[in-house]
Every structure is written in structure tokens, then in C-alpha cells.
Design a protein around this ligand. Sequence first.
Ligand code: NAP
Ligand code: MG
Length: 485
Amino acid sequence: MVKDLYPCIIGGEKVFSSDGRSFKDINPANTGDVLAEFPMLAREDVARAITAAREAQAKWASTPVPERGRILVRAAQIMENELEELTRILTREEGKTLTESRTEVSRAVSIFRFYGVMGYRLRGEFTVSAEPNTHLFTMREPLGVISIITPWNFPIAIPSWKMAPALICGNTVVFKPASYTPLIGYKIVEALHAAGLPPGVVNFVTGSGASLGAEMIGSREVDAISFTGSLEVGEEIKRMAGTRNLRIQLELGGKNPAVVLDDADLGRAVEMVVRGAFGLTGQACTATSRAIVLDSVADEFTGKLVERVKRIKVGNGLAEGVEMGPVVGEKEMNKILDYIRVGVEEGAKLILGGGRLSGPEHSTGYFVEPTIFTDVTPDMRIAQEEIFGPVLAIMRATSFDEAIELANKIEYGLSASLFTRSLPRAFEFINRVQAGVVKINKPTTGLEPHVPFGGYKKSSYGMIREQGEAALDFYTKIKTVYLGY
Ligand code: NAP
Ligand code: MG
């Protein structure tokens, strides 16, 4: 057996693939650093995980909600005690800087606490009845078995914000992490079990998304699927679900704008656009990928931005002072470099970066230079398609109206920022921009766990938001009771 071969967890048991296959989990900053191996499960193995979830569900649903909550709160505490270890695992596994990893792990801790406390707040409505001697109320019931499929870019926060509300509502889970980042996902499941989660309530499966996904979506035993990932896979999931009565939540891509007006604090706008565009190496669904700047301040903004971005230290996230880590893998790196070539061919002006970083510090991993284009027009592919890397397109607008029009002229609608000192313009933007998250004088990235999150247009499918109390609506069904006496 390979050293550091981790198991999957099905019905509380450690499970390996029936044919012994596994895959490597490597550090994208240093591809010689292998963190672990995980089983390449087959579709049949996943069917067993779904059965285990089904078998555990009734008992879990009848566990008093505060007791379910206590387990979530204990898991939060365990993860908080392991904050530094989890932070290092996340940086080695995904590549983000230690500061970024620590923020993400802390967010997962907050998410488990928030839904843990919901153990005392999960409730329906009580209302008056039009009929005499009647109690009229609603109650929430769990859906049953939930399939959870998550991406690599927030590999602890996203599984947490799906699993915690699913569990507090009394559902059981089959969870498949992205194949780039199984270890941090395993750590959540380990914390939950250490906190007292009964066997079978969360089942952890690893392997190819396409083959496991077919079972996780196709099985008649699954009641809902919550997926975060690419638009393409999201479309595939919709097709697979077909006309079945399966509750589906898909959180997909973004092409998020930051609009900079002529009355903005430009220094602040530059800092926030840098954070939104190059933080997390641009690999956030809420990353700023377009800066839409009013003509009169565009030169000054661009000059300041370039000066700041030149100072970004790119390197292994484990190293002191590094501000931007590698991209997650070779395929993703090549896709980003292809988009940069497309941008040049389309006639955008490449004013910074544009290549892979080589040299002693960078030759061991997938490092892409922070890249800035100007003269980007709305019809260009780099203005329309999600690149998911450290590439920013600067576009000019002649008026506030045109800026809003440009901001909205995309298929996505996840998050959007505005930089201004004018309250009326802020409100006009809030009202007119087509995005599920709006930020004023703040970066497009960065979310708090206790408020809803989701996108407009192609960024989300399923309408019911994630996070906050809104998530409870996805993970429960509502029963209306007319009680006469
Ligand atoms: P991805 O390729 O779509 O993969 C996401 C997950 O789906 C992974 O676990 C993957 O497994 C699995 N998968 C792959 N093919 C599948 C199939 N045919 N059926 C079922 N599952 C399948 O996305 P990614 O590259 O990991 O993540 C980047 C994308 O996620 C970006 O587009 C980004 O915008 C989006 N994202 C959105 C949000 C949001 O909340 N809106 C947040 C973060 C990221 P394998 O890893 O084994 O392939
Ligand atoms: Mg990895």
C-alpha cells in the first residue's frame, strides 16, 4: 500500500477502491511535494455510500436538532484547534497563501458555529387561521440524502457551507471534493466524526467527477444535489437530472466587474481591485475580472494599478511575504495562458505580465504572472468568458450609464463592485446592476457566512441561495399543518 494513502469514509468505515486504484494530491507550488493519495472509487462504491446515507437518515433526522447543532459546534472547535495545521495543508494542497488559507479555514469554523447555533433556531411559522379553533403552522422537514460536489478553489469553505446546513436540517450527505483538494475535505469529515457525528451521516468519496457524479446525480436514492463548479459541469448536471424530482442548486462562474467612477478614492479603488483580481491568484468565482473605469480617471487609475501590481510577490504560499501563490494545476495554467494569447489576438493591449514565471523560485510549480490588459472591448472573449486566473481586463466607459451597461453586458451575474463617494450613484448602481452580490467601495471577493450568497443569470441555477438562513430553505421541505381542536 502507498504511504499516506488516505481512505474514503462510507458508513463510518474506511474504504479504498475495490480495484486498488488511487490518485496523487500534489502541491501546485512544488509538484515534487506529494501530500497524499486518495482512492479512485468506482461508481459501485459510490452507490454503497448513497445506501449508507439512506440508512443513517431516519435516525439522524430524529436526533433532537440542538444535539445535531452541538456536534457541528464541536466540529468547529476541533477545526479551530487545528487552525494552523489546516492552514498549512490548504496552502500546500491548493496553493493559496497562508494568510488566504487561514482566512478560509476560519470561515469554515464560523460556518459550522453559525449552523450549529441554528440548532436552537430551526423553525417554521405560526400564524392565525381564518377558521375557528384552528392552529395553523408550518414545520421544516429534511429532504433526505444530499449529494454535495465541490470545487478546489475554496475546498474547506464551500463544503462547509453546504454540509453544515444540510446536517442541521437532518439530512445525510455524500460528499465528493474536487480531485485537486481531497485532503482538506477529508479533514472536515474527520473533525465531524471526532465531534460525535454518527456513522453514515456524512460519507466521503473521492475519484473522477464524471464517473462518481453520474451515480451521485443519477441515483434514485438521492433527493438533492448541491454543486459548485464550472458552468459546463453545471449544465451536464442539469442534463443528467433530467425531469426527475431532484432539488438542484448549482453555483457556477462569474465575470465580475469593478466600476470605478471619477469621484472615487482612487488609492482605495486600486487596493480593492488588486485584492479582487489577484488575491487567491484570481481563482475565485467572485474575482474581479473586469475593471470598468470612467475615461477621465482611467489613465491615473491604470498607472497606479500597474505600479501596485508590479510589487506583488508571487511564489510558494508557504514562504514569508508572498502575496500570490500558483494556479492550481497545469491544465488550469494552460487555459489561462491560452486566454492571454486570445486577448492579444483580439487586439487588447497587454500592459503587464502575460507569461508563466520561470526561474529558480518558480520552476517547480504553476506560476502565472499577474496580467493586465487595457483597451478591452465588450465583445472580446476576455471580456465575456471566465478565465479563472490572475488576469484583469480594463475597459473604459464615457459615462456612469455606459459603465453600468458594460457591467451588465455578460452572461454571468455573481458579484459586482462600485467605487464612488456619491451616495445617489451607489444606490443607482445597487438598483441597476445585475448581480447577486453588490459591494460598494469593497472588493468583489469576500463573503460573510450569515447572509445569502448566489448569482443572477448563468451564475446560479436553482434560485435558492446558499449560506445564511436562506440555505435552510434549500435543505428542507415545508409542511403546512391545520390543527383543529
Ligand atoms: P469543475 O471542473 O466544474 O469541478 C467541480 C466539481 O465537479 C469537482 O469536484 C469535479 O470533480 C466535479 N465534476 C467534474 N465533472 C463532473 C461531472 N461530469 N459530473 C459531476 N461532477 C463533476 O470546477 P473546478 O474547476 O473545480 O472549479 C472552478 C469553477 O468553479 C469555476 O468556474 C468557478 O467559477 C466555479 N466556482 C463557483 C463558485 C460559486 O459559488 N458560484 C465558487 C467557487 C467556484 P473532479 O475534481 O474530480 O474533476
Ligand atoms: Mg493539490
